[in-house]
Design a protein around this ligand. Structure first.
Ligand code: NDP
Length: 248
């Protein structure tokens, strides 16, 4: 087992759902945390909770992953105590709308592709050179079952997650010969704010997403992220597909 105690873990999209659960899981295991999202108030609240419960050291970054210059400057010039990210959890992402392609909203498409694909690339580009220099690190990308099988009206979101899968596989090749590990976890339905965001705040429609099945929780995914990170250094879990028992 590879202890994550005192490791610096950067979690993007840490203000809710899977990201917040990952922050808690790593805090419980003694890691130091960099939490990134746009809702800084949520991050501060979570940082306070982690500090009270486990004495966790937390650095909050209120940042939009689509902001290329902001990501590159803030992540390449972290405060001295926070340089040297050991584990990067690329989790920030979203879905918008559920439409046939011919009826899709172009703004929704831009947001998904910019956050899920370009945002993930910017963060990775900013962090990985330091890992190569230090000859150590682990990148864990949160993909989706949607990246493996396109579902009706999910076209652009599915495409963005298929891109995450290609990026994960490509990065693994690019880092061959280094001790840096690259993993991807692809969840099925997880009950978070995801569906509410997808339907632009329509809670009624969001709750229908989970009708008739018991969805996964953010904690279920956080456990797997921690599991990947805590394997011995020579063990790289390349990918994991995890779905609720009653999801097809
Ligand atoms: P949530 O909506 O609860 O969390 C999404 C997180 O991403 C929030 O912290 C949000 O923070 C952040 N985020 C979104 N856009 C940006 C942005 N432009 N810049 C920075 N942060 C951003 O949903 P989940 O926890 O479910 O989603 C986490 C990941 O899991 C996503 O990549 C999603 O695609 C994936 N996933 C989710 C599934 C599900 O069923 N829930 C299934 C499979 C994969 P903020 O708004 O504060 O910026």
């Amino acid at each position: 087992m590879n202890s994550v105690k005192d490791k610096i873990v950067l979690v993007t999209g840490a203000s809710s759902g899977i990201g917040a659960a990952c922050a808690k899981r790593f805090a419980e295991a003694g890691s130091r945390l960099i939490l990134l999202a746009r809702r800084g108030d949520r991050l501060q609240e979570l940082a306070g909770e982690l500090h009270r419960q486990w004495g966790t050291a937390v650095h909050c970054l209120t940042l939009d992953v689509r902001d290329r210059d902001g990501v590159m400057s803030q992540l390449t010039q972290l405060p001295v105590d926070w340089q040297g990210v050991d584990i990067l959890v690329n989790n920030a992402g979203l879905s918008r709308g559920l439409d046939k392609l011919q009826e899709g909203d172009l703004d929704d498409w831009e947001e998904m592709i910019d956050a899920n694909v370009k945002g993930l690339l910017y963060v990775t580009r900013a962090i990985v050179p330091g890992m190569v220099e230090r000859q150590g690190g682990h990148i864990i990308n949160i993909g989706s079952i949607a990246g493996r099988h396109a579902y009706p009206r999910g076209n652009v979101y599915c495409a963005s997650k298929a891109a995450v899968r290609a990026i994960t596989q490509g990065l693994k090749q690019d880092l061959l010969g280094t001790p840096i590990r690259v993993s991807e976890i692809d969840p099925g339905l997880v009950e978070t704010e995801f569906s509410e965001v997808r339907f632009h705040g329509d809670r009624q429609r969001a709750s229908e997403t989970y009708h008739g099945l018991t969805p996964l929780t953010g904690e279920d995914i956080a456990d797997l992220v921690w599991f990947c990170a805590s394997r011995p250094n020579h063990v790289n879990i390349s990918e994991m597909l995890v779905v609720p028992t009653d999801q097809a």
